[in-house]
Structure formats: structure tokens, C-alpha cells
Design a protein around this ligand. Structure first.
Ligand code: CU
Length: 93
């Protein structure tokens, strides 16, 4: 195993051992959204979190998809807190 592969494996193990953390794409289920204004308020709050690059919210399906930079892990609990601040309840899928 070369050094680069070894380091990548180490990083993967670290990320997996911290279950709350994700890098890449994470889906959430959000309860209580009724319209586009609900989507916007969630989007605004979640986008403030460092490392978050893209936020997609759909009130019809109650889904929230958050993307982060691969090298910047984001805590799912931070996303859930941000959704809570905007007045809704979310849980990680
Ligand atoms: Cu609404």
C-alpha cells in the first residue's frame, strides 16, 4: 500500500468513526414545510454552515439535500440545528 492510499484509508476510517459527520451529499427528512417560503428560510439558515456548498429543499416531498466540499466534513447535527432555528424539524435519512 502506498502512502497516499494509506492516508486516504485513515481519513475514511476517521470520518466513518464519527457517525454524525458527512462529506459529500447527505439527505434529510423535514417535517412541517408548506410552501416555497418554508424552503427559502431553511435554505438560508443551512447555507450559513461552513463547508456547505449546496442546499436543495422540496416542501412537496419534505426532503432536504445538503452538499459539502469533500474535504470539509459537516456535522449532520449542525444541519438539524439550523433547520430547527428556521422553525422546522429534520432528521438524517
Ligand atoms: Cu411555507
Amino acid at each position: 500500500m502506498n502512502l497516499k492510499a494509506f492516508l486516504l484509508l485513515g481519513i475514511a476510517v476517521l470520518i466513518l468513526s464519527e457517525r454524525d459527520v458527512f462529506a459529500g451529499t447527505q439527505n434529510f427528512k423535514v417535517d412541517g414545510m408548506h410552501c416555497e417560503a418554508c424552503e427559502k428560510s431553511i435554505q438560508k439558515e443551512v447555507k450559513k454552515i461552513p463547508g456547505v456548498t449546496d442546499v436543495n429543499v422540496d416542501h412537496k416531498t419534505g426532503s432536504l439535500t445538503v452538499k459539502s466540499k469533500d474535504e470539509t466534513p459537516v456535522k449532520a447535527s449542525e444541519i438539524i440545528e439550523a433547520v430547527k432555528r428556521s422553525g422546522f424539524a429534520a432528521k438524517a435519512n
